[in-house]
Design a binder for this molecule. Structure first.
Ligand code: GLA
Length: 736
C-alpha cells in the first residue's frame, strides 16, 4: 500500500507500507528527503524528523529554499546528487557537455501503480497487482532538464522495498553518467550505535559473515573484478549493536547485479548514516545521447524490527517466489550426482555409466557430466570454446551416453563455461580477437584461460548456436554454467575510445542476454550457476538459475560457515550442497558419511564423489539419505529458516563449538532441525532452543516423543551426551 499526504509546504509525503514495515519520504522544496524506514508507523506527518542542526557557516545552502536551517550537507536524502552542497558520497553524478559534474534533483511528479512494471530484460523482482504497489517519482535537474525516474516497489505481504532508477537524457546535449547508484538511504542517528554486517570471502570460503562497528567516514564492500565475486557479496545490512537473530533493527540491502558493484556506508559527524548500493563507479562511465536512457540494477531492502532471522526470511521468500522463475522455481529439483570430484578430467562414457548405475540404485535422479567432455579437454590447459563432444571419451557420442543414463532412470546434465576461451583451442585459432584484451598490452591469464568479450553480438550468437546445438542433440535436463576467472584489461574493440567506461557493465548485460536467450529457447532446462564455486552467487544469477554451486569447498565443517553465511540473503532452495569424499579433497578432514549428508541437506542436495568406490554400508546410508531428503524436501526448500547457533557463536566455548539451524513450514505444521558438533569438549552440556514453531501446538518427533511448541522454543531440547568431533543429528517434528 502506498499513501500520500500533503506536508506543510503543500508537497507530498509518501508512505510505503510493505508488510509490517514503513518506508517514508517526502518532497521538500523539491528535494527528495528520506524520513523513516523501520517497523510500521502511522500516516503522521514525519517531516519533523528531517530537521538537523549542527551545520556552520562554511556549509552552503541551496539557492532555492528560504529555510535558514536547511543544508544539503546534512539533510537526509533519497537519491543524493553531486557537488551541490552535499559532500557525502553521491548516488548520481552527470558529466555535462561542458565537463562540469554538478548534478541536482528536484521532484516534478509521481504516479502510483498496482503491481511492478517489468524491468525489460533486466533481472529484477517481479510482482503482480495483488502482490505489490509501485511508486514512480519523476525528478529533474533544473539546470539541464535531465530526468530521473525513481521506482519504489512495496511488497504487500513482505517488509521489502525494491528500488531502481531510470535516467533519461531529456537535455539538449550528450551527457556521461559517472555514478548511477540504484538506491541510497540516509538513516538518522537514533538509539544505539549501529553496525554493518556483510559477507566477505575468497575462493573456497565464500560469504563469511562479519559485523563491524560503523566509523565516522566510509565503509565500503565492493567488486572491481567484472563479477560480483567471492570476495564480497552484493549485500550489506545496517544493524543495531545489540541486534540478534531474534531481536533488534536490521535493514538488509541486496543488489540484483552480477558485475562490479559498490555498497558504501558513510557516517557523517552528526551520526547520520548513508547506505547506498549500485554499479561501482570505478571504471564506469556511461554515455547518453539526447533521448537515450540508462537503467540501474535493482536494489532490495529487507526491513526487520525483529532481528536478523526475519531479515533473512524476507529475502528468502521474496527471492524464492518473486525472483527465481520458470519451471524449476516450484518443481522438485532432482537429487544429482556430479562427477567432478569423482573423476576430475579423467572419465569416459563407461565410468559415467558405472556411477549412474550406483546412483540409480540409491534413488539419485540425475547424473551431471562436469568439465572435460569437449574438445581436447583432458586438463585445464585447453579447449574452452570448443563445445564439441570428445568422442574418444564419450564413445558413440552424447546421444548414446544420455540414452544409457536415461535407461537407468536418471536425467542427464552437462557442464559449460560459456564465457571463456582457452588460448589453445580451435575457437582461439579462428577468433583471437574475441577475447577481452587491450591492443598492444599483455593479456593476463588465469587458469590458462581468457574471457570472451560478451559485449559482442557475434560472440553471443556463436555461443547461443554452439550451446543450442549441444542441448538439442540429446535429452539434456540441466546445465551447470561455470565462470572460472575474473576480467582483466577490460576493453572492447566494439566500443569507441570515449565509451570504454561502459565495458564492464556491457559485459554483464551481454551475459544476461545470453542467459535470457538460452532459458527462453530451452524453458525446461534446469540451470545451476557456478563460478569457481560461489564466485558469482548473487540475486541476478538466481533470476536465470534457481540454484547455485555454493562453494568448491565441499568439506562439511567448512560448509557450515559458508552455508549459514549464504543464508543471510539466499534461500535454501538456491544453495547447491553435495556430499563429497572423506578425507575431503580441499581440507583433508575426515567426516562421517552421516554428517556429510546432514550438512548437505541444507538446500539443493546431491553427491560429488565416486559412488562406485563406496562400501556397502555407505551405499545403504546413501539410499537412506536420498529417501530422507525426498521426505524433507518441502520443509527445507519452501520452509522458513531459523539460524539457531552460528558456528562463530561458539568459539569462546559458550556451549562447545557447534552449529544448528532449522526449517519450519509456512503453516508451522512441520519442522526439521540440524545440530552439528564441530569440536567437542569434555562433558559438554548442549541445550538447543528451537524457533518459529506454533507455541500452542504439540509436535511429535520421528521417535514418537511429543513436545509442546512453547517447550521446544523456551526450554529447548537437552542434547547433552558425549558427542565426538563431527557428530550430528537431524530432528524432524510434525504437528499433531
Ligand atoms: C570450477 C567449479 C567446479 C568444477 C570445475 C571444473 O572450479 O566450481 O565445480 O566444475 O570448475 O573445471
Amino acid at each position: 500500500m502506498i499513501k500520500t499526504v500533503l506536508s506543510k509546504t503543500g508537497e507530498p509525503i509518501f508512505h510505503l507500507r510493505a508488510g509490517d514495515a514503513s518506508y517514508v519520504f517526502s518532497s521538500f522544496h523539491g528535494f527528495l528527503i528520506h524520513l523513516y524506514m523501520g517497523p510500521a508507523v502511522a500516516d503522521d506527518d514525519l517531516e519533523y524528523l528531517m530537521v538537523r542542526v549542527g551545520h556552520d557557516s562554511v556549509v552552503p545552502r541551496p539557492a532555492d529554499t528560504s529555510e535558514y536551517w536547511f543544508s544539503c550537507d546534512i539533510a537526509p536524502f533519497e537519491y543524493p546528487a553531486n557537488q551541490t552542497g552535499d559532500y557525502r558520497p553521491s548516488a548520481i553524478s552527470v558529466a555535462h557537455a561542458d565537463g562540469s559534474t554538478a548534478t541536482a534533483l528536484r521532484y516534478v511528479s509521481h504516479e502510483i501503480v498496482s503491481g511492478k512494471p517489468a524491468a525489460d530484460k533486466y533481472p529484477a523482482v517481479y510482482a503482480d497487482e495483488n502482490e505489490a504497489d509501485t511508486l514512480i517519482i519523476t525528478a529533474k535537474d533544473p539546470a539541464d532538464g535531465v530526468t530521473f525516474r525513481l521506482y519504489y516497489t512495496a511488497m504487500r505481504d513482505l517488509p521489502a522495498v525494491c528500488r531502481r532508477v531510470i535516467i533519461e537524457n531529456t537535455s539538449d546535449n550528450a551527457i556521461d553518467l559517472e555514478r548511477a547508484y540504484s538506491a541510497s538511504v540516509d538513516f538518522a542517528a537514533v538509539g544505539e550505535p549501529m553496525e554493518l554486517l556483510h559477507l566477505w570471502g575468497t575462493w573456497g570460503r565464500e560469504r563469511t559473515m562479519e559485523r563491524t562497528p560503523l566509523l565516522h567516514g566510509s565503509l565500503t564492500v565492493d567488486s572491481r573484478r567484472g563479477a560480483s565475486s567471492h570476495h564480497h557479496n552484493p549485500f550489506a545490512a545496517l544493524v543495531g549493536k545489540s541486534t540478534t537473530e531474534t531481536a533488534g533493527m536490521a535493514v538488509g540491502l541486496s543488489l540484483i547485479y552480477s558485475g562490479n558493484f559498490d555498497i558504501t556506508c558513510d557516517t557523517d559527524p552528526f551520526g547520520c548514516t548513508r547506505l547506498m548500493a549500485g554499479i561501482n563507479p570505478t571504471d564506469f562511465r556511461w554515455h547518453l545521447d539526447p533521448g537515450e536512457s540508462f537503467v540501474t540494477p535493482e536494489a532490495v531492502f529487507s526491513i526487520s524490527g525483529e532481528g536478523l532471522g526475519k531479515m533473512s526470511r524476507t529475502f528468502h521468500r521474496l527471492y524464492r517466489k518473486n525472483l527465481c522463475r520458470g519451471e524449476w522455481r516450484d518443481t522438485i529439483r532432482p537429487v544429482l550426482v556430479n562427477n567432478w570430484e569423482a573423476t576430475y578430467f579423467k572419465f569416459d562414457d563407461e565410468k559415467l555409466l558405472a556411477i549412474a548405475k550406483d546412483a540409480a540404485d540409491a534413488g539419485i535422479e540425475m547424473l551431471v557430466m562436469d568439465d572435460g567432455w569437449f574438445g581436447q579437454r583432458n586438463d585445464d590447459k585447453s579447449s574452452l570454446g570448443d563445445w564439441f563432444v570428445n568422442e574418444e571419451k564419450i564413445r558413440g557420442g552424447l546421444g548414446k551416453l544420455v540414452e544409457g543414463i536415461n535407461a537407468l532412470g536418471l536425467k542427464f546434465g552437462i557442464w559449460f563455461e560459456p564465457e571463456m576461451i582457452s588460448p589453445v583451442s580451435k575457437l582461439y585459432e579462428a577468433h583471437p580477437e574475441w577475447c577481452i584484451h587491450v591492443e598492444g598490452r599483455d593479456k593476463s591469464i588465469a587458469r590458462n584461460q581468457y574471457v570472451l568479450d560478451m559485449t559482442r553480438e557475434d560472440v553471443r550468437d556463436y555461443l547461443f548456436e554452439v550451446m543450442s546445438g549441444v542441448l538439442s542433440s540429446a535429452n539434456i535436463a540441466y546445465v551447470k554454467w561455470d565462470f572460472n576467472r575474473n576480467l582483466t584489461e577490460a576493453a572492447s574493440a566494439t566500443l569507441a575510445a570515449d565509451r570504454q567506461g561502459e565495458m564492464f557493465h556491457r559485459y554483464v548485460l551481454g551475459l544476461y542476454d545470453l542467459l535470457d536467450r538460452i532459458t527462453t529457447a530451452f524453458p525446461k532446462l534446469l540451470l545451476e550457476g557456478c563460478s569457481s564455486g560461489g564466485g558469482r552467487y548473487d540475486p541476478a544469477m538466481l533470476y536465470y538459475s534457481p540454484q547455485y554451486w555454493t562453494s568448491d569447498d565441499t568439506d562439511a565443517m567448512e560448509r557450515l560457515n559458508i552455508q549459514l553465511g549464504t543464508s543471510f540473503v539466499y534461500p535454501a532452495s538456491s544453495m547447491s550442497c553435495h556430499v563429497s569424499a572423506s578425507p575431503n579433497h580441499q581440507t583433508g578432514r575426515q567426516t562421517s558419511f552421516v554428517t556429510r549428508g546432514n550438512v548437505a541437506m541444507a538446500g539443493a542436495f546431491g553427491y560429488e564423489l565416486d559412488l562406485t568406490k563406496l562400501t556397502d554400508e555407505e551405499k545403504e546410508l546413501m539410499s537412506k539419505q536420498v529417501d530422507a531428503y525426498h521426505r524433507y524436501y518441502n520443509v527445507i526448500n519452501q520452509g522458513d529458516l531459523y539460524r539457531l547457533i552460528m558456528p562463530a557463536d561458539c568459539v569462546n566455548g559458550k556451549i562447545g563449538h557447534c552449529a544448528a539451524w532449522m526449517y519450519v513450514s509456512e503453516d508451522k505444521s512441520e519442522a526439521l532441525a540440524t545440530f552439528v558438533v564441530i569440536r567437542t569438549s569434555i562433558h559438554p552440556v548442549y541445550f538447543l532452543k528451537l524457533q518459529g514453531l506454533d507455541p500452542d501446538a504439540v509436535y511429535a518427533d520421528d521417535n514418537g516423543n511429543e513436545y509442546c511448541g512453547s517447550t521446544l522454543m523456551n526450554a529447548g531440547l537437552n542434547l547433552t551426551k558425549n558427542w565426538k568431533d563431527g557428530d550430528s543429528l537431524v530432528m524432524h517434528f510434525v504437528k499433531k
